[in-house]
Design a protein around this ligand. Structure first.
Ligand code: RB5
Length: 144
């Protein structure tokens, strides 16, 4: 299960992402919003809570730049959010960082590129091994 969410700046892209997930029969929870204006921290928190409580394994968060959503998501325990605007980062943030939230900026990437980034993110598995130790070091910082 994937939780998705956007603020007003990326509502249109969220609908494009939802259509992609529908087409690929990937189940998702849509945390909104179609409200305008809206506050990205509210939606970012809602999506990450779905991961924290086990309802979703991954999240997709969209705003104007992707940055506000990533700042929000990375404040939440257990979340590893990465802003991606090309496919290389999407691949390696899964392989090496085991990112569980993909953030994208609707004012940065077009919908075609966003879907390619999404596809790579969803279809790349964490490599484990030496990367797990580093992730453990990052997650330990949640206790600081
Ligand atoms: C909204 O105007 C914009 O600030 C927001 O979508 C996002 O880009 C923030 O990081």
């Amino acid at each position: 299960m994937i939780a998705i969410g956007s603020d007003h700046a990326a509502a249109e892209l969220r609908h494009v992402v939802a259509a992609y997930l529908d087409e690929h029969q990937i189940p998702y929870i849509d945390c909104g919003t179609d409200n305008s204006p809206s506050d990205y921290p509210v939606i970012g928190k809602a999506v990450c809570e779905k991961i924290q409580n086990g309802e979703a394994e991954m999240g997709i968060l969209l705003c104007g730049t992707g940055i506000g959503m990533s700042l929000t998501a990375n404040k939440m325990r257990g979340i590893r959010a990465a802003v991606c605007s090309e496919t290389y980062s999407a691949k390696y943030t899964r392989l090496h960082n085991n990112a569980n939230v993909l953030c994208m900026g609707a004012r940065v990437v077009g919908s075609g590129l966003a879907l390619e980034i999404l596809e790579v993110f969803l279809n790349t598995e964490f490599e484990g091994g030496r990367h797990q130790r580093r992730i453990d070091m990052v997650m330990e910082l949640e206790n600081k």
